[in-house]
Design a protein around this ligand. Structure first.
Ligand code: ADP
Ligand code: MG
Length: 348
C-alpha cells in the first residue's frame, strides 16, 4: 500500500508525535453551536491500531458519527487533537478538499454513488485516465475483491441494498486508501447478507493491511467482525477493548446491556438471588440457568420469539430476569421455575 504523505504539507507548524498509534486522539472534543450548544464528543482519548478493524459502538446520539468525522477531518476539534501517523489531521481550515488523503469515508446512504451509471463506471471514474490499462485492471481487481465483478454492467439503481454497499466500499477502496471509515455500513444490508459482507471486509483487511474504522449502533452485528471496540455513551468513550473482553468482563453496565442485553440488578435485587454485593451486578441471559419446579420462586411471565432462540422473562415479585431458551425446549407461560445463576459481573 502506498505510504501517504504527512499532513505537514497542510499544517506547516506541526511537529510529528512519535510512539503514537496509527490514529490517536487526545482530549478531543466537538461542540455543535446550534440553537443550544451540543457537546457531541467530550474530551476523549483513544488509539486505533493499524491493520485492524475497530468499531465505535453506542446508543443513537452518543457521538459516534461526530467522532468519525473528527478523525477524517470533516469537523474542527473544539478541544484537543487527532493525529494520523503522529501528524495532526488537517481540517477544512487547512485543506481545500475535506477529508484526510490517506482515508476514505463510506457515508450513510449511498450519496456518493451515481444511481443511473453502471457499477463498472462508478468505480472506474475514481481513477485517472493517464494509464487506461491500469485503470481497467484496478477496477476489475477491486470489483472482484468485493465479489461484484459479475454486476459490472448493471446500474446501481437495480441493485439490492447489500450490493449497493459493496459498490460503495469498492468505490472507496479503488484508490487504495490506508484507512476505510464506514458509518453504520450494514443498515441497508439484509441480515442474511450481512455476515458475508463482514467476513469479506475481514478478508480484505487480512490481504491488504487496510485499517477499518466503523460505527454501529447495534454492536451484536459487529462482535464477530471487529478486533477492537470503542464504547461511546453521552459523548464520552467509556471503555475500549477486544470484543470478547468487553463482552465477558465489561467495566460498565451500559456495555453489558449493549453487547449482551445483560440483566442489570441493584444490590437489593441481587440479594433476592442469594448474591450478596454492595454494587450493581450484571447477569448475561445465557448465564441464567432455570428448571421447572412446582415450588420454584420464579414464574415464566413472557416468552419472546427471537428466531434461533427464545427469550424468557422470569419474574419473582419486582425482579424480572431475562433468560435464553433453546428453540427445541418448551416451557409454558405461568410455569414455576427455580433459577440458578452461573456467573455474574460486578460493576464497581
Ligand atoms: P450518533 O452517531 O452516535 O448517533 P452523533 O455524533 O450524530 O451521534 O450526534 C451526537 C450529538 O450531536 C447528538 O445529540 C446530535 O443531536 C448532535 N448533533 C449531531 N450533528 C449535529 C449538527 N450538525 N448540529 C447540531 N447538533 C448535532
Ligand atoms: Mg450516527
Amino acid at each position: 500500500m502506498v505510504q501517504q504523505t504527512s499532513s505537514c504539507q497542510y499544517i506547516p507548524t506541526d511537529q510529528q508525535k512519535t510512539g503514537t498509534p496509527l490514529i490517536y486522539g487526545e482530549n478531543l472534543s466537538h461542540t455543535f453551536h446550534a440553537k443550544q450548544d451540543v457537546v457531541a464528543v467530550n474530551k476523549v482519548d483513544f488509539g486505533i491500531t493499524e491493520g485492524k478493524i475497530t468499531a465505535i459502538i453506542g446508543e443513537s446520539g452518543s457521538g459516534k458519527s461526530t467522532l468519525l468525522k473528527l478523525i477524517y477531518g470533516l469537523l474542527e476539534p473544539s478541544s484537543g487533537e487527532v493525529r494520523y501517523r503522529g501528524w495532526l489531521v488537517p481540517t477544512r481550515k487547512d485543506k481545500l478538499i475535506p477529508g484526510h488523503d490517506a482515508m476514505r469515508l463510506v457515508s450513510q446512504g449511498f450519496d456518493d454513488l451515481n444511481l443511473y451509471a453502471k457499477i463498472w463506471d462508478n468505480i472506474a471514474s475514481q481513477l485517472p485516465n493517464t494509464d487506461l490499462a491500469l485503470k481497467e485492471s484496478k477496477t476489475r481487481e477491486t470489483l472482484d475483491r468485493l465479489k461484484i465483478l459479475h454486476l459490472g454492467q448493471q446500474r446501481i439503481a437495480d441493485l439490492s441494498g447489500g450490493e449497493k454497499q459493496r459498490v460503495a466500499i469498492a468505490r472507496a477502496l479503488v484508490n487504495e486508501p490506508e484507512v476505510l471509515l464506514m458509518d453504520e455500513p450494514f443498515n441497508q444490508v439484509d441480515a442474511a447478507f450481512r455476515d458475508a459482507l463482514q467476513q469479506d471486509i475481514r478478508r480484505i483487511v487480512e490481504e491488504t493491511g487496510l485499517t477499518v474504522l466503523l460505527v454501529s449502533h447495534d454492536p451484536t452485528e459487529v462482535l464477530a467482525m471487529a478486533d477492537e471496540l470503542i464504547v461511546m455513551k453521552n459523548a464520552k468513550i467509556i471503555e475500549q477493548g477486544p470484543p470478547a473482553t468487553l463482552y465477558y468482563t465489561p467495566t460498565h453496565s451500559y456495555t453489558a446491556q449493549l453487547l449482551a442485553r445483560s440483566n442489570i440488578l441493584s444490590s437489593d435485587q441481587a440479594a433476592l438471588l442469594g448474591i450478596s454485593s454492595h454494587h450493581t451486578i450484571g447477569i448475561h441471559q445465557e448465564d441464567v440457568i432455570f428448571e421447572e419446579h412446582a415450588q420454584g420462586p420464579f414464574q415464566v411471565k413472557d416468552i419472546r420469539f427471537r428466531g434461533f432462540y427464545k427469550e424468557l422473562v422470569l419474574t419473582n415479585g419486582q425482579l424480572a430476569l431475562h433468560a435464553i431458551l433453546h428453540p427445541l425446549s418448551n416451557i409454558a407461560i405461568g410455569s414455576n421455575v427455580v433459577v440458578n445463576i452461573k456467573k455474574y459481573i460486578t460493576f464497581y
